[in-house]
Design a protein around this ligand. Sequence first.
Ligand SMILES: [Zn+2]
Length: 427
Amino acid sequence: MISASTAGWVVAALILVKWSGETFLSWLNRGHVLRHRNTVPKAFEGIIDEATYRKSNDYTLAKSKLDQIETAWDVVVLLVVLFSGVLAWAYGVFSGRFGNSAWAMAAFLFVIGLALSLTGLPLDWYHQFRLEERFGFNTTTQKTWWLDRLKGLLLGILLGYPLLVLVLKLVEWTGPRWWLWAWAAMMGFQLIMAVLAPVFILPLFNKFTPLPEGSLRERLLKLAERTRFKARSIQVMDGSKRSRHSNAFFTGFGRFRKIVLFDTLIGQLAEVELEAVLAHEIGHFKKKHIPKMLFAAAAGSLLGFYVLSVLARQAWFYEAFGFKSGNIGIALLLFGLLAGIVTFWLSPLTHWWSRRYEYQADRFAADVMNEPGPLIGALRKLNEKNLSNLIPHPVYSGFYYSHPTLLDRDSALQPPFTTHTQLAPPN
Ligand SMILES: [Zn+2]
């Protein structure tokens, strides 16, 4: 038997251990950047000018400082929410008024989630309108920013709330194996969203227009043909509405597949570099990275639901945070609040895995382009324009980075291509 107070102490300790880990990694990285702050390392000579290099380091340091404030703030909020008794009090008030039905419980979870996200709002605002602004990235207006939040809230009410009700109803309907059903419902929801989101949700936030006729479109379509990649269309997204950061991605499944390029990306790269970026994305597709990742995520969430179902049967899990035992809605809430203290330590594994896929996609792109030059050129420009940290501490990037650093990607692309490597970015 685990006592409620022991469980409480263990959870508090785990929260602080995670915080220490984050603080340590951040300290390590800051030190590394500070040591190399002013002199461009040999490996980057001729690739990046000194002013941009310094600016990227300043940006990294500023972000890291804000991150640390955010992390500390989140820890305080989490500790207060878990151990002050405010949750159990709010639940008492809420269930006294609205009862314990699945509909009422889902509403309670939704309201708590909303209240918690409000605690992060001021720092989110500061990040966008102070930090990003200072480094010239912000293009979001106040109106767009607040409208985004409002749209997010409405989508949550329209989609998230019914899903929560369904999960809680499944607990009532299906008995001890509810977690399997709940997991299946969640997977079904995600599949539907993967199809519908590009059509109905993304356009709520951004404008998508077909890439206009011309040499770029022709070049990209030829690449798609060469790699036997069927895409319905190539779309341009007005990413510049919010930020000068740039990106490219796929959406949709099967026939509905769309290639999306940020307008900012098109502005920054030469045509042959854009082709290389698209080749990299096609590489992810051809190597089946997306279904493999989805499968792993599904397995992870099945495990999560199973653990939740076990915890939901333990009296200490509720009592440690001031609740009387028994309500799965409450277990779901506590699980949602606490899962991060464990998953945080697993994230390096997923990041390592994701980096392997990035190398594979890079290699695919270099192969179909017959040379790594254009991709290397694109990566260099992207790192420069986005002021990416070029010199993260290896432990830090190993832990957090889903993409390898520029230097690692650059050198991974070199060896077998040495006979026809183009080192300067082509024009
Ligand atoms: Zn990639």
